[in-house]
Design a protein around this ligand. Structure first.
Ligand code: ADP
Ligand code: ASP
Ligand code: MG
Length: 472
């Protein structure tokens, strides 16, 4: 049986000449060890934000920053192309293709400005341009390095529903199309280099899988081929005990279970998109996270479940993570006891706004319900709740529906917590000793995590304090 590897390169991993040189070497090495290799790429770092900001400004009628955005995109892509593609015909061809995409950004933004509105569908078309540019660039530089490679847009085979900005793939159709498009290339010894993050509806409208979704793309492609392994190449040495941007001493976790990474990813560890886990786990595919800038480091391997008591080196808590910019919403009133189906109606009203709830606190009682939502959606959620409970509010069964200022959700993760008494005690004493006030708590239903809520100003202190429990 031939062995297949899917490798995904993140934004920083394709974000500069040096990064691309390293990526080329990684691809060259993979080609030696694997029969078949597929490469998935993100947009160059900063590009997706720039595209979305341009579209957002355009929706307010502002197009004066467009020439600057176009110039930035040209410089970013063309500098790399010029440094790494020697053949002038090839160089001019890839520059022309990328330039076309930049022109289409300008056209799209002008159209958005005229309409005075950017629909989710239009935002996806704009956002897709980042990966559509980087895929051409990466394929051209890999091919120029003497490794046969071809760019192919995943819109040709990742088929999704029309839930723009957070689309869901149709795995059945995607399986057939992915095999149909990628296998013939691989049969000829060519490495398909494809776009992460994007897909298309059956009618051909471009969709995106949600921010950070290129990891998910790699998992989808890995699952449907199927591949033996999916490797996520990023800018840190794998999954670490916490975000190294918050705590410099963060350490790589050589192994982590699917359960644990699922909690970490869901609760804010940006290193892996939370949707990545399910497809690879279901298909029994290996997953590894490694560093483009330190390729000899083994990074992190995902393992099916934690051995023995779940402790690594005697550590019960393995990692700590934070989600910032959330708000706690509380519905409260002494008459709530008598309101039928109040929780179902409350969460129904939240769901109708398209908001997902990362945490429901245990402070919830029959006289109050309390949960977190992303800060930017708090206002919409409050209006929806006030509408849903208008008559209970008028009757004073519900006294008020209100929101806190910005808070952060801090989560500690470790499969060993399930078997170890007193972990919560240690967590809360440590925070208390370090002067961090805990506003609310929620034990994860998976038993491998505990989440708590702190004021946004306490985020870093809480993460640092809990990280000391891991390394000491
Ligand atoms: P990419 O562009 O490669 O997808 P991301 O920026 O999406 O990279 O994710 C990598 C970043 O995730 C790291 O630079 C790091 O700051 C952050 N991060 C957050 N939590 C963790 C963690 N527990 N382990 C490793 N990295 C983390
Ligand atoms: N480029 C996309 C984003 O910035 C997808 C990704 O990088 O995974 O969200
Ligand atoms: Mg990412």
């Amino acid at each position: 049986m031939s062995k297949t590897l899917v490798m995904k390169f993140g934004g920083t991993s394709v974000g500069s000449v040096d990064a691309l040189k390293s990526a080329i070497q990684i691809i060259r090495d993979a080609k030696k060890d694997w029969d078949r290799v597929v490469v998935v790429t993100s947009a160059m770092s900063g590009v997706t934000n720039l595209l979305l900001d341009s579209a957002a400004s355009a929706s307010h009628g502002k197009v004066d920053s467009l020439p600057q955005a176009a110039a930035t995109l040209r410089e970013k892509h063309f500098n790399v192309a010029e440094a790494l593609i020697q053949n002038s015909v090839k160089l001019n061809q890839v520059i022309a293709e990328i330039d076309d995409l930049i022109f289409s950004l300008v056209d799209l933004c002008k159209a958005i400005a005229v309409l005075g509105e950017a629909s989710p569908r239009a935002m996806d078309t704009v956002a897709s341009l980042g990966e559509r540019m980087s895929v051409r660039l990466l394929a051209a530089v890999v091919d120029s390095a003497g490794i046969p490679a071809q760019a192919i847009e995943s819109t040709e085979f990742v088929v999704t529903n029309a839930h723009f900005q957070n689309a869901h793939p149709d795995f059945k159709v995607t399986t057939e199309k992915t095999r149909g498009k990628l296998n013939p290339l691989m049969d000829k010894g060519i490495i398909p280099i494809t776009t992460g993050f994007i897909g298309a509806t059956p009618e051909g409208a471009i969709t995106t899988l949600g921010r950070g979704g290129s990891d998910y793309s790699a998992a989808i492609i890995g699952a449907v081929l199927p591949a033996d392994d999916v490797w996520i190449w990023t800018d840190v040495d794998g999954v670490m005990t916490t975000d190294p941007r918050i705590v410099r001493e963060a350490q790589t976790l050589p192994e982590i279970s699917y359960n644990e990474i699922a909690e970490l990813a869901y609760y804010g560890a940006k290193v892996l998109h939370p949707k990545t886990i399910r497809p690879v786990l279901d298909a029994g595919i290996g997953l590894r996270i490694c560093n483009t800038f330190n390729p000899s480091h083994p990074g992190t391997r995902l393992i099916p479940s934690v051995k023995s008591n779940g402790k690594v080196d005697g550590k019960v808590i393995k990692a700590v993570t934070a989600i910032r910019k959330q708000r706690l919403i509380t519905i409260e009133g002494r008459g709530m006891l008598g309101v039928p189906g109040v929780a179902a109606r409350a969460f129904g009203a939240v769901a109708s706004t398209g908001t997902s709830v990362p945490l429901i606190t245990q402070a919830s009682s029959e006289q109050s319900i309390c949960f977190a939502v992303p800060a930017e959606l708090a206002h919409t959620v409050l209006s929806s709740l006030e509408k849903a409970f208008a008559s209970e509010i008028a009757d004073e069964d519900i006294d008020r529906v209100w929101s806190t200022e910005d808070i952060s959700i801090i989560t500690v993760v470790g499969a060993g917590m399930r078997h170890t008494p007193g972990v919560s005690g240690r967590v809360f004493s440590k925070l208390g000793n370090d002067g961090v006030n805990v506003l609310a708590i929620a034990q994860g239903s998976s038993e491998v995590s505990i989440s708590l809520v702190v004021d946004s100003a306490d985020t870093e202190n809480a993460v640092k304090a809990l990280h000391e429990l891991i390394i000491n």
